[in-house]
Ligand binder design. Structure first.
Ligand code: C2E
Ligand code: CA
Ligand code: CA
Length: 551
């Protein structure tokens, strides 16, 4: 079944190539496009996060600035109980503010809105009150063009606060407010999804205000966005891991997965279906037809033109398609031979003949049944065994079997071919040379094969009576055959004149439309019954050609 493997492989290569082209190209393009979209969207989302943080930060800082401006306008600059209410109201009403404080020019907290009077009671030492001594001013710089100062305050526990100080007028103290650094570090995206980014916020001068997320060791695989607040000067850096789910990409990933699955399904369907259905895969079609039993034998009678009796038939294959059309061998035998399918086809045909006409032929030992045998089959020794097995146990005896080897097929291994022919003859099978005079091998070469029958091609039969050379050739062939004890069969005999000429030239047997075309099994069986009645010697004369219509 080397053929099967070969055909199968070729089909799959075609199918895979088609599948890859049809489905693969768009897939690659799609993935490329999707990759670009994800890349752009990842970068855009990171930029958007940075922009959002700047605007959120500006908004919160702005609120604090407004509250402090208001307190300053009211003249709140000392740790005086009369200021307590204004300070407390500012702390309560301004969301980002955690604490309003009066600080000394050196930055030291004097009192807060919690304990204005307490602080006032201990004077300006700043040692009383809620652990002011645990606060450390980590950095201090101008906030923007508005005269405010921005301090980053560190607490003992590592927390950081941002302190804004209203510019002091002529007085010794300043009014200040604290907001947590985390107010400048939102933990969620605009859609309230968890933000899987590293965020770093710093002052204009570069002092760290705070960070959130895990600081990446390496920024190469990150989307990075950097922004600065025009108003207040603080900087934001946002880094998002590539491939890390940013909200919008979840949908895109599903889309990508979905499309990939669809494409894989299409590819698989191609892989499975195309080899079976590809119309331009004729070998597979032949194989299918062989399995389906669409190759059937037709039988062309061979007649003894001396006695008028039926001598046998040549089996000619026909492809009977499911729709009833009959295909002649010329359009598929060459492919069957080149693909190697011919062997299986020939043996299938032999078995069909045994089943269909075996009984009728077997009962009449004088009838011969001829099969066309591709030249290549004769260079395979196993053919001898297979021919023997095919007819063993059937009514047809091997002595009734004729195998035709055409002169058209070149003989590749002469010695082997001769051995195979001799072995077949040993079984009782007879060998005929077909299409004599039309091939390249030459008759003398073919005769060295030790054959039993020569079949004179229609070409010479047609020329009889019109071309003297042709008559001479037929005469020579007949003489040669007689000398070598071979039989002669004339092919393609179409009219009575030709029959007469051939008879006068000493040709014994003939086949052709003048007697009958190749017949389907049922018609051939009727013909046998009519012409070769069992036990009757006198029957079966074809002196007047029997016109048997092909059914
Ligand atoms: P072939 O072996 O020379 O067979 C004779 C061809 O001549 C047949 O054509 C037959 O139908 C046709 N023929 C018979 N009498 C006449 C006639 O009076 N006039 C004309 N014009 N033609 C006639 P077919 O059946 O089409 O077969 C063509 C060829 O296909 C065969 O030539 C043979 O070489 C090949 N073939 C047929 N069956 C098989 C097969 O089972 N195995 C192989 N290997 N080859 C086959
Ligand atoms: Ca033939
Ligand atoms: Ca022939």
């Amino acid at each position: 079944m080397g053929l099967n493997v070969r055909a199968f492989t070729r089909q799959h290569i075609v199918a895979i190539a088609v599948g890859v082209l049809v489905a693969g190209t768009p897939l690659i393009a799609f993935n490329f496009w999707l990759g670009g979209v994800i890349e752009r969207q990842g970068q855009a989302e990171t930029e958007a996060a940075a922009r959002r943080m700047i605007s959120l930060g500006e908004q919160r800082v702005g609120e604090v600035v407004r509250a402090l401006d208001d307190l300053a306008a009211r003249g709140v600059t000392a740790c005086d109980p009369v200021n307590a209410e204004a300070m407390q109201r500012a702390a309560f009403n301004t969301a980002p503010i955690k604490e309003v404080a009066i600080v000394a020019r050196g930055g030291q907290t004097l009192c807060t809105h919690f304990n204005v009077s307490l602080a006032d009671a201990v004077g300006s030492s700043g040692t009383a009150g809620p652990s002011f001594d645990q606060r450390r001013v980590l950095s201090s710089e101008a906030l923007g063009g508005n005269g405010y100062s921005l301090d980053v305050i560190g607490f003992g526990d590592g927390d950081r606060m941002v302190r804004l100080r209203h510019p002091a007028g002529d007085g010794p103290n300043e009014i200040a407010a604290l907001m947590p650094a985390t107010f400048l570090l939102p933990q969620a995206t605009a859609k309230s999804d968890r933000l899987y980014s590293y965020i770093h916020v710093a002052t204009r001068a570069g002092a760290a205000i705070g960070e959130s997320g895990e600081r990446p060791d390496d920024a190469t695989d990150m989307f990075v966005a950097t922004r600065r607040s025009d108003k207040f000067g603080f900087n934001v850096v946002v880094m998002t891991q590539r491939g890390r789910t940013i909200a919008g990409n979840v949908d895109l990933k599903w889309l990508g997965l979905f499309v990939t699955v669809i494409v894989v399904v299409i590819l698989a369907a191609f892989g499975m279906m195309v080899p079976k259905s590809l119309p331009n895969n004729p070998v597979a079609e032949l194989e299918r037809a062989l399995k389906a039993g669409e190759f059937v034998p037709y039988y062309q009678p061979i007649v003894d033109i001396q006695s008028g009796k039926l001598r046998g038939a040549e089996v000619l294959v026909r492809w009977r398609k499911p729709d009833g059309t009959l295909v002649l061998p010329g359009s598929f035998i060459p492919l069957a031979e080149s693909s190697g399918l011919i062997r299986a086809m020939t043996f299938d045909l032999m078995r069909r003949v045994c089943v269909e006409a075996g009984a009728a032929i077997g009962q009449r030992p004088a009838l011969k049944i001829s099969f066309n045998f591709a030249g290549a089959l004769f260079s395979d020794e196993t053919i001898v065994r297979d021919v023997g097995r095919t007819f063993a146990g059937t009514p047809i005896k091997l002595s009734q079997v004729v195998l035709e080897v055409t002169e058209r097929d070149p003989i590749e291994n002469f010695t082997l071919t001769r051995q195979v022919i001799a072995a077949l003859q040993g079984l009782g099978v007879r060998i005929a040379i077909d299409d004599v005079g039309t091939g390249h091998s030459g008759l003398s070469y073919m005769l060295k094969l030790g054959v039993d029958i020569i079949k004179i091609d229609k070409m010479f039969v047609d020329a009889i009576g019109t071309d003297r050379n042709s008559t001479t050739i037929v005469e020579t062939l007949v003489d040669l055959a007689h000398n070598m004890r071979m039989d002669v069969v004339a092919e393609g005999v179409e009219n009575f004149e030709q029959v007469m000429h051939l008879r006068n030239l000493g040709v014994r047997s003939a086949q052709g439309y003048v007697f009958a075309p190749p017949l389907p099994g049922s018609s051939f069986l009727q013909l046998i019954e009519a012409m070769d009645t069992l036990g009757s010697e006198a029957e079966g004369s074809l002196a007047t050609p029997a016109r048997v219509a092909a059914a």
